[in-house]
Design a protein around this ligand. Structure first.
Ligand SMILES: [Zn+2]
Length: 319
């Protein structure tokens, strides 16, 4: 499978709209994106200006969807809250608004953990691609298994890059639930990575004193671990569902994945440049995030991030 094609990303209006029947939408954009058939493209007005300042301000200061992970460690243990349950509650109760991502407060270190749906879906696509090709993700435990029931496991990962420039990213993850434990509802909230890339490295990381923004590489790594732990018996036992049940990142359905692909490849934003000339460009990250949350509000949790009847590597990733 060709890497460039799988991750292709049109950069010009001609690439976005060329050869397609072009429609326009000023309101109810998510609905109109969802309704696009395979030979159609869409032009929309600017919803977040492209200049770096505006985009950055929105991603830093826009409304966030806050996950209910409980207030205290004992409350989390008592409620047995899984990330999945927290995603469900948040997504079923979305108020109208423009959202810039989801966030939760870690229970042990009191850090804010931030994730965009955009990175969550891109990470799932990266994981799917590594499963479909010879470019596998690799992992190994980083510590012995004493106290993993209390602190979670530490793992090293090597994740292939989506661009030709870089070969692989190295990551370490800690506070990963890996064995059955009453502390898992606490452990997952503190999940953290040591990793550097262009996504983690810039854009929006200083909203809070202590915060961590997750990227697609980290999402792909944990989705791989969930699969790997189930398949192998080195960590604990074969058929281990714990890392899967405590995946902190929402995994998209095929419908959601295809909606995201449409946003990436067939939507053009019309704007005026400094000379007042009409131009078109692809959606920026802030705009994609707003339209992803609009789709969750429109379709609800089930069709967007709910139970799946397919593996993500079996999705049709072409929109
Ligand atoms: Zn990264």
């Amino acid at each position: 499978m060709n890497k460039q094609e799988f991750f292709q990303r049109p950069k010009t209006a001609a690439e976005l709209l060329g050869g397609r029947t072009v429609k326009h939408a000023g309101t109810n954009i998510a609905e109109k994106v969802a309704e696009l058939s395979s030979n159609e493209g869409l032009i929309i007005p600017e919803i977040v200006p492209e200049d770096f300042e505006s985009r950055l301000r929105f991603l830093k200061r826009g409304d966030q969807v806050v996950l209910d992970v409980s207030q205290t460690e004992s409350d989390a243990i008592y409620r047995g809250m899984t990330p999945n349950a927290a995603h469900q509650i948040a997504m079923r109760n979305l108020k109208p608004g423009q959202y810039c991502g989801l966030v939760w407060r870690s229970l042990r270190r009191n850090e804010w953990k931030r994730l965009t749906l955009d990175e969550s879906i891109k990470g799932t696509k990266l994981f799917a691609w590594t499963e479909l090709t010879e470019n596998h993700i690799e992992t190994e435990p980083y510590n012995d298994f004493a106290n993993v029931g209390f602190y979670g496991g530490k793992f090293k990962f090597w994740v292939p890059s989506r661009t030709p420039k870089q070969e692989r990213y190295k990551l370490t993850a800690e506070s990963v639930p890996i064995v059955k434990s009453r502390y898992n509802p606490v452990i997952w909230t503190d999940i953290g990575f040591t990793h550097h890339c262009e996504i983690v490295g810039n854009d929006f990381s200083y909203r809070y004193v202590k915060s961590e923004d997750f990227c697609a590489h980290e999402v792909a790594a944990l989705e791989f671990l969930a699969k790997d732990a189930y398949r192998r018996n080195e960590y604990v036992a074969k058929g281990n569902r714990v890392p899967f049940d405590f995946l902190p990142f929402p995994v998209p359905t095929e419908e959601m994945a295809q909606y995201h692909e449409k946003l990436m490849t067939r939507i053009a934003v019309q704007y005026k440049d400094q000379n007042g000339k009409q131009k078109k460009r692809p959606l920026n990250k802030a705009e994609r995030e707003i339209l992803l949350w609009d789709f969750v509000r429109l379709r609800g949790y089930g069709p967007t991030f709910g139970p799946k009847d397919k593996k993500v590597q079996e999705y049709n990733w072409a929109a």
